[in-house]
Design a protein around this ligand. Structure first.
Ligand code: ARG
Length: 506
């Protein structure tokens, strides 16, 4: 039912960002559901624990991950100009803010089930909602995982290969190992995953603080040379190039919609949801602006564009004997992000299959550990394949392209519902111009790169989305199942020691 979905999504997203502000450390999947048998549709049963502070922390904690440590080089490379890069960084922040404000209307209007899935269901009906859960399970969540783990690997091997470029195979191997470790943590216990999340969230804030203070120190010493050459003229930006540069920047901001998964747990959501967004996203934008300035206070434009790991170059220049702090802080930060992302991915997959939208086995939980092991393993397998066959940049393009189709879809859902449900209560109403602007920008973001420079990634992504319909019709709408499915399910159940959730929850 709705509450189950909602409870899990809410619970796990808490972990994604600020963990600890939302959970008291005993977050078994079953816990949330106690008492839900009384009134399945009554959201009153979820405790409203997220105040303004935790709301802001949740947004900031989810958004800051790997991106700010890997994207600046790529963005500079794609635009060829410091000035344009900086404008794009700020524009990405603005776009995330506008998108999130529109999500605030959606989230306060429909609080009964998980984010996009629910809005699509309301506005367009079953098939688009199914396609969303299908794509987030098969593409969005695994590619987030793969990108973050590749970034982790890049930073983890960097100190050991000093000046030369780390061998590609080594980076991929380390990325796969990190996926396996995170999978183990999340399959082992929910408590452990929560603790990892708590500790590692702090690390990323320390890393940002070191970079900003270091940069400020350099600027005070008068090292402003690289900042005085915005190079607008030398820009290599075409329209398509700008769109992919946006992909790179927007990756660093991804997660701006994550508070929408916990709407039900927010105290006074019609006030605190928009307020957390208005405070949290500009805060992240400010951090990213300062970090970019700091990088340039320490290295030149070409050094930054060429750097395999800008934060390491930064540390080597500035921290002397403490240079090792930088790669350490970044690996910890990315490991934490990946952990939070898998945590959410597992719950999402688990929720979608409970709705009959994915294979049953994916919704089962481990008999003693209560972790949704099959879903986690499934995601990790796809993420490993992506790590083996992709690169950070190609995966970011692949991810952003797909994600912005759905973010754009959510804007359309908002606009459509203004007409189809004009009288539904909207505790927070966004100026209607905002979703239109975001919709137009997302259409540009999706179309421009295809026209400018067609890549296989876009075709794969399109194929995945449409492929979803081939699955939806026979298996969801008409209710067929494959002949051997039952046997396979039973076999996997015995191997993995998992059971249907109904025995735990209902
Ligand atoms: N913005 C994050 C980063 O820079 C990625 C967040 C992934 N998205 C998510 N919803 N967990 O690494």
């Amino acid at each position: 039912g709705g509450l189950v979905w909602r409870g899990c999504a809410a619970n796990c997203d808490a972990e994604d960002g600020t963990a600890g502000t939302l959970t008291d450390g005993n977050a078994n999947p079953g816990d949330k559901l106690e008492g839900s048998d009384a009134a399945p549709d009554d959201p009153v049963h979820l405790k409203r624990r997220v105040g303004l502070f935790s709301g802001v922390a949740l947004i900031v904690g989810t958004m800051i991950g790997s991106g700010i440590f890997v994207s600046p080089s790529g963005l500079l490379e794609r635009t060829g100009s410091v000035g344009i890069s900086f404008i794009i960084w700020m524009a990405c922040g603005l776009l995330s803010l506008l998108g999130a404000l529109a999500y605030a209307e959606l989230g306060t209007m429909n609080t009964s089930s998980g984010a996009e899935y629910a809005y699509f269901m309301d506005a367009f009906g079953g098939p688009p909602a199914f396609l969303f859960s299908w794509v987030s399970t098969l593409v969005l969540k695994p590619s987030q995982m793969a990108i973050i783990c590749l970034s982790f690997a890049k930073y983890a091997v960097e100190p050991f290969v000093s000046e030369c470029e780390p061998p590609n195979a080594l980076v991929k191997l380390v990325a796969v190992i990190s996926i396996v470790m995170i999978l183990a943590v999340n399959c082992y216990s929910v408590n452990l995953a929560t603790k990892v999340q708590n500790i590692f969230t702090a690390a990323k804030l320390v890393a940002i603080a070191i970079i900003v203070c270091g940069g400020a120190y350099k600027l005070i010493l008068g090292n402003t040379r690289h900042l005085q050459e915005p190079n607008f003229a030398s820009s290599t930006a075409t329209l398509g190039n700008i769109a992919t540069a946006f992909y790179t920047g927007l990756w660093a901001y991804d997660g701006w919609n994550n508070l929408n998964y916990v709407t039900e747990e927010i105290k006074n959501p019609s006030k605190n949801l928009p307020l957390s967004i208005i405070i949290g996203i500009p805060l992240v934008t400010l951090c990213y602006a300062l970090v970019n300035v700091s990088y340039l206070a320490v290295m030149s434009v070409s050094e930054m564009a060429d750097s395999e790991a800008v934060a390491v170059t930064f540390g080597n220049r500035l921290l002397g004997p403490l240079a090792w702090l930088m790669p350490l802080a970044v690996t910890i930060s990315t490991f934490g992000s990946a952990n939070g992302t898998l945590f959410v991915a597992g719950r999402l997959c688990f929720a979608a299959s409970r709705e009959g939208h994915l294979l049953d086995i994916l919704s089962y939980v481990h008999v003693r550990r209560f972790t949704p092991a099959p879903g986690l393993i499934f995601h990790s397998l796809i993420a490993v394949a992506m790590v083996l066959y992709g690169t950070i940049d190609s995966l970011i393009d692949f991810f952003s392209f797909t994600a912005w189709i759905f973010y754009g879809g959510a804007m359309l859902a908002l606009i459509v519902m203004r007409y189809t449900k004009p009288n539904a209560p909207r505790p927070y109403k966004v100026p209607i111009i905002i979703p239109y602007v975001v919709l137009i920008v997302s259409a540009y973001l999706v179309v421009a790169p295809i026209i400018d420079k067609p890549q296989w990634e876009y075709l794969y992504a399109g194929g995945f989305i449409l492929g979803g319909l081939l699955v939806y019709l026979p298996f969801v709408k008409w209710g067929y199942s494959l002949p051997f499915m039952d046997k396979i399910t039973v076999f996997l159940q015995m191997v993995l020691e998992v059971v249907p959730t109904s025995t735990t929850f209902e």
